[in-house]
Design a protein around this ligand. Sequence first.
Ligand SMILES: [Zn+2]
Ligand SMILES: [Zn+2]
Length: 286
Amino acid sequence: MVDTDLDESGFEILAHPTRLRILAVLVDRRKTSTEPLDFAELRRRVGMRDSGNFNYHLEKLRGRFVKGTDDGYRITAAGLQVVAAALAGEYDAGEPLGPTRLEDECPVCAEPLTARYADGMLTVSCSNEHGFRNAVARRTVEERGLVDAVEVLTITTHKDLKLACDGLCPVCHGPLEWADERVTAEGLDPDFPHFSTRCDRCGASADVPVVFPLLSRPAVIAFYHEREIDIRRRPVWASEFYDGVDVADRSDATESRLAVTVSVDGDALTGILDEHLSVVSIDIDG
Ligand SMILES: [Zn+2]
Ligand SMILES: [Zn+2]
């Protein structure tokens, strides 16, 4: 059974070149004027003679992507997002790029990591198929090259993992539930300790290395900073997130608690997480 309604998601509404052209014209207008465009001028700029046909497509966009008033038409915030994504090349399949060897190693098996790009996804993985991937615009990869685009992957992955830790799906912003998951020390993969869940709304999976929930606390960022590690710029496969990381159950009869301890240069930091991956407390020993 498919319960994802693609009509509702807007893809069908936008599946027509005339409609994308209307949005592009309204974006151009926005760059030079705060005034809306009236119907006749909008139709002229889009380049359609058939007024009835043009009106049909414009009506499909009205509401969600185009706002119509007595003075004319302007693009909505949702319409702007669509045009920005199209300009970035997210919908352009294109040829795969790579693989290119990186200097980093796989945190699970220590094999070399390579980067490759296909179908809008930048993937960093080892020969044993331990991998990390995220959506990156093709234009970004082509402009920066594969190796430099990996920095973009790191920044967007940190942003997405922060959303996931805050209970929001990084793909659709629907609610992500952690409470039902088995957040216990025994349930975690010892080589790659992370929390996993899946979005009920869009089906996207979320894998959050156990250290990431702690990064919401400034004291944790400072702990790394004082030891000359800019933890928010470290790739998700960096050893800091796995080596010297220890997880222990601290649950009692009433509360679900997990202790995540990281060790750097002999100093230890322990964060206590609840079942929603919220940080209950931070304790620094060093
Ligand atoms: Zn590996
Ligand atoms: Zn989702």
